[in-house]
Design a protein around this ligand. Sequence first.
Ligand code: SF4
Length: 356
Amino acid sequence: MQLETVKFTSSEVAKYPFLKETTAHVQKIGLDVEDFNSPELTKILNRAEERVKAAILDVSVGDRSSDDVKIPDDVEIPSFPVAIIIALATKNSFIKKRYALAEAKQAHSHFQLESKQRLLAIARNFGWNIELNGASQPPSEFILNFADYLRNITHLRDEKWKLINRFLVNGKVYLNHHDVARLLQEEVQRRLEKRLDAKELPPFPRKIMDIAEQLNSLAKEKLGEVEMESFPKVVSQSAFPPCIVALHEAATKGRHLSHVGRFTLTSFLLAVGMPPEKVTEVFKTFSDYNARLTRYQVEHIAGEKGSGTHYTPPSCSTLQTHGVCVNSDGLCRRIRHPLAYYKQKTISAQPTAGRV
Ligand code: SF4
C-alpha cells in the first residue's frame, strides 16, 4: 500500500509533540539542549517544568496560554523533550508514570476533535497499518491491522475491546473514531513510558537537578506527605489507624464496605507494603468475591494495571466527608493522613511490631 506523505504544521507538532516531526522542529529552532544555562532556554525550561508539575498535581500538562498570551510553538515544541529530561532526572517512578499518562490524556482530548484524515495521519506517523473504511457496511470509519490493535489493548479491560466483540475480517479490525482516539492514547503513553524507562542516564546540569529536586518534593506532598520508603519492611497491624482497623475488621468478617471504604483499605494496605496477593485475600469472605476481578482491582490500585497510576489512600478530611473516619484517637488529632498515623506509630512501636 502506497502511503501519501502527510505534512504537519508547527501548531500541530506543538499539539502533538510526540510526532516524528518534533526532532526536525527542535533542530530548526537551533536548540542546544546541552546548554541549559543559556537565557534563551529559560522560557522553554519554565514550560517544561510546568508540564511535569501539572502532571504531578492533576494529571494534566498545564495550560499553554496564560494571561491570554499563548506560548509560541518554538517554545511549546521543545518544552516536550526538555520535560522528558526533567522527568528522567527525578528518577521517580511515580512522576514518570504520571507524566506519561498526562501527555497521553492531553493528546486524547485533541484526538477526539480531529478530522478522521488527521487522525489517520497521526496513526500512520506511529507506523500503524490503518486505512479509512470506504464501504458503508459495517458503519466503522477505520480499518486497523489486528497486530496494531492487539498491541494497544493490553491495558484496556472493558469487554468491548476483546477481539471476540469486534468486527474482524482478514486480520483487520473495524473501529470508530472514538476507538482509534483511545488506542492512540495507549500508544502515546506506552512510547513515553519506554522513553522514561531509560536506565543509562547522563549527568544532568545543575538547573535540571534543582527542578527535579523540587518536583520530587511536590510528588512526596502529593503522595500524602509521607516518606513511603521509610515504612518498616514488615506490615505492622498494631500501627493501623482506627479507620483502617474498622475497615479491615469489616472486610475480614465479610461485612459490606462502601466503594470509598474498599478503595481506602486496599490502597492503604498496598502503601504499607502488603503484597497484592495478600491484599486480595482480605476480601475473600465477601459474598460477591471474585478472585480474578478482585486481583485485577487490587493490581490496578497498585499501579500494575491500567493507567499505571499508583494510588494512595485519601486524606483524613476526605475520609471524614465520606463517613470512613471512625473511632479517631489522640494521635489522629496530630496527623492529616492515615499513612502519617501509621508512620508515627511504627516509629514509636517498631520493636514490638507484629507480622500480618
Ligand atoms: S483521623 Fe484520619 S487516621 Fe484517624 S481515624 Fe480518622 S481518617 Fe483515620
